[in-house]
Write a protein that binds this ligand. Structure first.
Ligand code: 13P
Length: 263
């Protein structure tokens, strides 16, 4: 079975940049990548701004015909109704977004999102034509107390994808919690080990073809200096980048990892 998975470099801005800063950032990123002759078919680029920036990002992407994709950082499991403060997948899809993050560890820990909620959000994303980027990963405590570092990720994956049909476009992001914002990146071997196990579990859940087509990203302290070694691993198809995605130079360099893959 020959499958080519287009690498995806995704910038999760978290709660950074207002809508004016978002416009300036996306414009500058596009210029920088154009100067570097970046080919978006080779490496896809996506940003995940706060909700309040999405309309502005849509406007600049459409007006300048940019190839940069964008998505939201969360969505409601519900479609509409009395859910103060929540945002429907329908609204996000209406803004031309392609992706939505589901189950980021900051949502799971700070907002107490359970596996059941993550499942409902994955289903809601798919219902509205969005590609869910499901985040999974273990805490340091969980890694140290288990024989298999992939156990937590696989349990989260199985719970969230229980009703997903084979062939559905989804993305998985393996983000070990101990590596997020800590500067402690997982080694390429550690990341590959869990991403390979995730691909195996996808095979059981959705069949081998879907497993071979689904992109699995690594996230957690990805920087220009470590992206090349991570991207050399066979089961890692891109990165979900936090801090370094807020710097044009760093994010562009991560996107252009091919140019420093020998480093
Ligand atoms: P950092 O790259 O800042 O570690 O954040 C990773 C992350 O949480 C991306 O979703």
């Amino acid at each position: 079975m020959v499958t080519t998975r287009t690498p995806l470099m995704a910038g999760n801005w978290k709660m950074n940049f207002n809508h004016l800063q978002a416009i300036a950032f996306v414009q500058k990123l596009a210029w920088t990548l154009k100067d570097a002759k970046h080919e978006y078919e080779q490496v896809e680029v996506a940003v995940f701004p706060p909700f309040t920036d999405l309309r502005s990002v849509q406007t600049i992407v459409q007006a300048d015909k940019l190839d940069i994709e964008y998505g939201a950082q969360d969505l409601s499991e519900h479609d509409s109704g009395a859910y103060t403060g929540d945002i429907s997948g329908e609204f996000i899809a209406q803004l031309g977004a392609r992706y939505v993050l589901v189950g980021h560890s900051e949502r799971r820990t700070i907002h107490g999102e359970s596996d059941e909620v993550c499942k409902a959000k994955v289903d809601a994303a798919i219902r509205h034509g969005l590609v869910p980027v499901l985040c999974v990963g273990e805490s340091l405590e969980e890694r140290e107390s288990s024989d298999n570092p992939a156990d937590v990720s696989i349990a989260q994956l199985k719970a969230a994808l229980a009703d997903v049909k084979p062939g559905t476009d989804i993305v998985i992001a393996y983000e070990p919690v101990w590596a997020i914002g800590t500067g402690k990146v997982a080694t390429a071997e550690q990341a590959q080990e869990v991403c390979a196990a995730i691909r195996g579990a996808l095979g059981e859940l959705l069949g081998e073809e879907s497993a071979a087509q689904t992109r699995i990203l690594y996230g957690g302290s990805v920087k220009p200096a470590n992206v090349a070694s991570i991207m050399r691993e066979p089961d890692i198809d891109g990165a979900l980048v936090g801090g370094a995605s807020l710097s044009i130079d760093d994010f562009a360099s991560i996107i252009r990892y091919h140019s420093h893959v020998g480093t």
